[in-house]
Design a binder for this molecule. Structure first.
Ligand SMILES: CCCCCCCCCCCCCCCCCC(=O)SCCNC(=O)CCNC(=O)[C@H](O)C(C)(C)COP(=O)(O)OP(=O)(O)OC[C@H]1O[C@@H](n2cnc3c(N)ncnc32)[C@H](O)[C@@H]1OP(=O)(O)O
Length: 398
């Protein structure tokens, strides 16, 4: 006689992980072309043959000076632009050429970041069980997730999910999905990859379209990758941050405040001048709800922070409404200054910077870093992604 068949409850319990999902490795990458922010207005108006639009150039110069950005990286260099002159005019049908370039470049940039994340994690790429890929540059199937799996030599049984056009909340959404997958599939190791290349939305300035000027001042290219898994296998796997809770909030009646749309002339986008105010009046509620949900009493200044640096004014506003001390958003400000807003990818750069800063602080000052922290990312919807992180005590050794 065999043993009694397992009940569905037992099967479910056996499938679930014991502990919380954790970040087990992080990697980032950028294209090689770097543009200094001070030089960008001259560069942009020259390469788009728009020097005659002096008012718009002056506006871009003003915004660049106030952006808190020192430099950005871009895949689209002058050589590529010379080969694709239609990219400068949004009225021309250039989408096919943009998608051709992005279909190769987006997964390749993601592969550079993912290789670093896998090395940081310490196990072979073939141990990855799930892949979540987020980009606003995808417009083809099979898409960037399939290509990335080939580039990395992932197992043919890897379970892939593609997120398209989530914009700046793509990184936050991917991390939340990775948490769910890791906690609900014992032994799962999830690769999150975000890769954003602005050439899909690069075109010349137009009178009456301040969004283009704003976008040209803020956005940059980059890829970030994170390995997420529960029940780390010691001593190879070290949890960097444990994922305690995650939520998504949509601010009512804000559908039109941030939008993106693929058109024949590239991706059109709109970012209203209300975004900073709307985020400022909603983030604290999201944080209170998140900490209430897990029964942790949090003082905002006792947390570590990984906020998506959508713009300098957004960081200023959040710092103000939460009464944060100077330096609490230092990781976000540093990433903004060195890379600009890389949309969904940016929050992964911030997590990586935060991990470095916390380890350095511990090494130099011997201080126990803050135990609890927060990731927040924002994008079309307007959507706010909130994740509460817990730093395991082993962090000190990282
Ligand atoms: C190297 C590669 C480059 C390639 C680029 C290619 C780009 C394509 C990229 C497309 C990707 C699209 C993805 C969309 C994803 C959305 C997710 C987000 O993060 S959403 C992004 C979330 N990010 C944000 O929402 C940005 C938040 N805002 C900020 O951080 C700041 O307001 C600031 C830095 C823009 C200006 O500093 P601040 O201290 O406020 O300075 P002032 O008060 O002195 O104003 C100076 C000038 O700025 C003006 N202006 C202001 N806002 C807007 C606007 N919305 N609209 C237009 N203009 C705006 C204002 O009118 C004034 O003009 P003027 O009177 O001089 O003529």
């Amino acid at each position: 006689m065999g043993s009694a068949p397992a009940t569905i409850g037992e099967i479910r319990r056996a499938q679930r992980a014991d502990g919380p999902a954790a970040v087990l490795g992080i990697g980032t990458a950028n294209p090689s072309t770097c543009v200094a922010q001070d030089d960008y207005p001259d560069y942009y108006f020259r390469v788009t043959n728009s020097e005659h639009l002096t008012d718009l150039k002056a506006k871009l110069t003003r915004i660049c000076k106030k952006s808190g950005i020192k430099q950005r990286f871009m895949h689209l260099d002058e050589q590529l632009l010379a080969a694709n002159p239609d990219f400068t005019d949004r009225a021309l049908p250039s989408l096919d050429a943009r998608v051709d370039i992005a279909s190769a470049a987006v997964p390749e940039l993601a592969a550079s970041a993912a290789a670093k994340a896998i090395a940081d994690w310490g196990r072979p790429a073939t141990d990855i069980t799930h892949l979540i890929f987020s980009t606003y540059s995808g417009a083809r199937a099979p898409s960037a997730d399939r290509r990335l799996a080939s580039l990395l030599g992932l197992s043919p049984t890897v379970s892939r999910t593609m997120l398209n056009l989530h914009g700046c909340y793509g990184g936050g959404r991917s991390l939340q999905l990775a948490k769910e997958l890791a906690e609900n599939n014992r032994g799962a190791r999830v690769l999150v990859a975000c890769s954003e290349i602005t050439l899909i939305a690069f075109y010349g300035p137009e009178s009456g379209c301040p969004d283009t000027i704003l976008g040209q001042a803020l956005f940059g290219d980059g890829a970030g990758a994170v390995i997420v898994g529960a029940d780390p296998v010691s001593p190879v796997e070290r949890p960097l941050f444990e994922m305690a809770f995650a939520s998504q909030t949509t601010i009512p009646e804000t559908e039109d405040d941030i939008s993106m749309e693929i058109t024949k002339g590239g991706m059109a986008y709109h970012i209203s001048n209300q975004v900073t105010r709307l985020l400022g009046s909603n983030v604290e509620r999201c944080l209170i709800d998140a900490f209430d949900a897990i029964g942790v009493r949090a003082k905002w200044n006792d947390l570590f922070w990984a906020i998506h640096p959508g713009g300098r004014a957004i960081l200023d506003r959040i710092e103000g409404v939460l009464g944060l001390d100077d330096g609490k958003l230092a990781a976000s400000r540093h990433v903004l200054s060195q890379f600009g807003n890389m949309s969904g990818t940016t929050v992964i750069f911030v997590l990586d910077e935060l991990r470095r800063r916390r380890a350095a602080k511990h090494e130099q000052e011997g201080e126990a870093p803050d135990e609890w922290g927060v990731v927040m990312a924002f994008g079309p919807g307007i959507t706010i992604e909130t994740m509460v992180l817990h730093a395991p005590s082993s962090l000190e050794g990282n």
